[in-house]
Design a protein around this ligand. Structure first.
Ligand code: SF4
Length: 328
């Protein structure tokens, strides 16, 4: 690991000014950044520690929603009574990720900012446009088992590795961001992460100097909430495919269907065409297959990850069947 400065700013404004400087990186739990520094994938000149800036509270909002501070740990969020009772999808997604020790340190903001686990990205001897723009993409014709099948570009086929953000996408949460320390802007969770396009090094919409301050959840809605994660082993593994779902039934028909997917793309995948397709219909295999056809119509595998396309289909159908009480 290369030497670096360690700075503890005394205000959000000061932190914003420091993070704005080239080579400075914000740190909270450090569960991803420190690993990348050990591998010399990340080589910051200075770490700006946010931990003394508050932002840890989980608070009720006037509209019935919930505001989760950026420094609330994943363990605190998953154990919070309101999260467990009104947003069980979020608790389940968080508990499906990492280990208890990591969740005790990992924070809301850091979880959103975690970087891909592409093997080429984490190996500085390999070509990787995300780590070193213009060096090429080792995964496209290489080892691509964990990689994306939706929204890829000729420059990068990495996946976003997290679970929490997939649930936030299905819940239609928002990300609160401090700009220049004081002014804030709010970005829908569905728009927070980027597709690789021609700028694969850009994981999300944060600008230099911006810091995540909180995630806000809208008022709870009725319906069944599910998070199903398919992975190589039953703990401490990233999703091959995951599905977050909120489904409400009324009089035998689907009255609400919010879906988001992990493991398929460079961002939690939300297809706005799925809900209109499902609403008002009687659930059944034909309808679920139609939804999968729509979701996957542009899916493309890269050899080793071809299996993700039928896996995503089966997982979506299984989740919809469980949520609607249909036997397949
Ligand atoms: Fe790098 Fe993306 Fe290619 Fe992986 S998939 S090697 S992260 S450019």
């Amino acid at each position: 690991m290369r030497p670096f400065d360690y700075i503890r700013p005394d205000s959000l404004t000061h932190a914003g000014q420091l993070v704005d400087e080239t080579g400075h990186r914000a740190i909270a739990g450090g569960t991803n950044l420190i690993d990348l520094m050990k591998l010399q994938v990340e080589t910051p000149n200075a770490l700006i520690d946010l931990n003394q800036l508050g932002m840890r509270e989980i608070a009720e909002l006037d509209d019935g929603g919930l505001r989760i501070g950026a420094l609330a740990t994943n363990s605190e969020t998953a154990a919070h009574m309101r999260v467990r009772s009104d947003y069980p999808l979020l608790a389940r997604a968080i508990l499906a990720g990492a280990t208890q020790q990591l969740r005790n340190k990992a924070t809301t903001g850091g979880n959103l900012c975690q970087r891909t686990r592409c093997y080429y990205f984490t190996n500085p001897d390999q070509p990787c446009n995300k780590r070193e723009p213009g060096s090429g993409c080792g995964a496209i014709e290489g080892v691509a088992r964990l990689h994306a099948v939706l929204g890829t570009s000729p420059h990068c086929i990495a996946t976003y590795p997290g679970d929490m953000a997939v649930a936030l996408s299905a819940l239609d949460a928002s990300v609160e961001i401090a700009c220049e320390g004081e002014r804030t802007r709010t970005v829908p969770a569905r728009d927070f992460h980027c597709l690789p396009g021609e700028t694969p090094w850009q994981d999300n919409v944060l600008e230099p100097g911006e810091i995540i301050t909180a995630v806000t959840l809208p008022p709870p809605v009725r319906g069944t909430q599910l998070y199903r994660k398919v992975r190589e082993r039953s703990s401490y593994a990233f999703a091959l495919v995951s599905v977050a779902a909120i489904v409400e039934m009324k009089n035998g028909r689907i009255a609400r269907a919010e879906l988001a997917f992990g493991g398929l793309a460079h961002k939690p995948w939300h297809d706005p065409r799925l809900s209109p397709l499902l609403l008002g219909k009687e659930p059944g295999r034909a309808l679920f297959e139609e939804a999968a056809d729509l979701l996957l119509e542009d899916a493309r595998g890269f050899g080793e990850n071809d299996f993700k396309i039928p896996l995503a289909r089966r997982t979506l159908c299984a989740v919809l069947a469980e949520a609607t009480g249909v036997e397949l």
